[in-house]
Design a protein around this ligand. Structure first.
Ligand SMILES: Nc1ncnc2c1ncn2[C@@H]1O[C@H](COP(=O)(O)OP(=O)(O)O)[C@@H](O)[C@H]1O
Ligand SMILES: [Mg+2]
Length: 325
């Protein structure tokens, strides 16, 4: 069965996506065309640009909408459990297999199989998926019965997958099987015309979820948002706006409630040292690292709360912290 996730119910459709950005409009037009077909879709874009959202919206707007949407994270697929996870197993197929289990392909029959983080798949996993996708057939572990599943594939990754193909990290044959249409979501910093609208929508949804009434943002607050580079894209915008709503006493969010990594503390008054002149452009990685450190420090080192505030899972935060060492 599809596991419920933070995207909530299945009512997210493509009609709910609005944009005044031309690159994003092209993505949405492509996604709409994709809905009319069963072509495999590859969604590329930086982390937080809305790949998972889009995958679900394509499913919900396609003729498979009444079928299942089954997602799995390829980075979390262990090679030992690979067959059983993808193709299922019969009772007694291995020690501990106490009942028959259907794999992801079977679960997605009549619907959509969403493979997230597909670039993180091991070579073995790539080979297994390719076989199932190419022949359209597979066996459950412990069974010789060939089964098939009527599945539409949508895959996503934040890596430039074509480069992985060139450097032989990703199978060329699988690449062509999953990339019937490729949609590359633009980063938020390249959608300046959308930022105001997205921020306003995020304010309303954050206010609703916090049981608050907020009428909007001051121009100063909007300027702070517009001049920021958003390495974490829509996910980071959502987190910053949720924090801003929580920090706001009245009904209007002003710039003091917009907490962005690296922003000078301008509310500290005239005695504070002048803000440093902008230096060389920081890499996204160093920005992200500074932001992770700041979030953790702000929340007294509580990793669970820091992960929540950053809008990532605790294991993702652990991984980012490990990379800092
Ligand atoms: N089209 C959208 N409009 C508004 N917010 C969005 C949209 N797409 C994504 N988001 C926000 O950004 C967050 C991250 O989206 P997600 O699809 O998980 O990104 P990705 O899979 O690319 O990392 C979502 O939880 C949601 O809050
Ligand atoms: Mg995602």
């Amino acid at each position: 069965m599809t596991r419920a996730n933070h995207l909530g119910s299945g009512h997210l459709t493509l009609d709910r996506f609005e944009t005044s950005d031309s690159a994003m409009a092209r993505c949405l037009a492509m996604a709409r065309s994709a809905c009319r077909t069963d072509l495999p879709i590859l969604i590329l874009g930086e982390s937080g640009t809305g790949k998972t959202f889009l995958a679900r919206a394509i499913h919900n707007s396609s003729r498979r909408a009444s079928g299942p949407f089954v997602s799995f994270n390829a980075a979390a697929l262990s090679d030992t459990l690979l067959d059983s996870q993808l193709f299922g197993h019969e009772k007694g197929a291995f020690t501990g297999a106490q009942k028959q289990v259907r794999g992801k392909f079977e679960q997605a029959d009549g619907g959509t199989l969403f493979i997230d983080e597909i670039a993180d798949m091991s070579a073995l996993a790539q080979a297994k998926i390719l076989r199932a996708v190419e022949c359209g057939e597979f066996e459950r572990l412990g069974s010789e019965v060939l089964r098939d599943a009527d599945v539409r594939l949508i895959s996503a990754t934040h890596y430039p997958l074509a480069k992985f193909v060139n450097s032989a990290q990703f199978r060329t044959d699988l690449f062509y099987r999953i990339a019937g249409l490729t949609v590359t979501l633009p980063p938020l910093r390249e959608r300046p015309t959308d930022l105001r609208v997205l921020a306003a929508a995020a304010v309303q949804s954050a206010a609703r979820s916090q049981g608050r009434v907020i009428v909007g943002l001051t121009e100063g607050a909007v300027q702070a948002l517009v001049t920021y580079a958003w390495p974490g894209n829509l996910r980071e915008l959502d987190q910053v706006i949720h924090a801003a709503v929580a920090l706001t006493e009245g009904e209007v969010i002003d710039e003091r409630a917009i907490l962005l990594p690296g922003a000078a503390d301008e509310s500290a008054g005239p005695s504070s040292p002048p803000a440093p002149r902008p230096g060389p452009v920081q890499s996204l990685r160093s920005l992200e690292q500074a932001h992770v450190r700041q979030a953790l420090a702000a929340l007294g080192g509580n990793k669970t709360r820091a992960a929540q505030a950053l809008g990532v899972s605790r294991s993702t935060l652990e991984r980012k912290l490990a990379a800092l060492k």
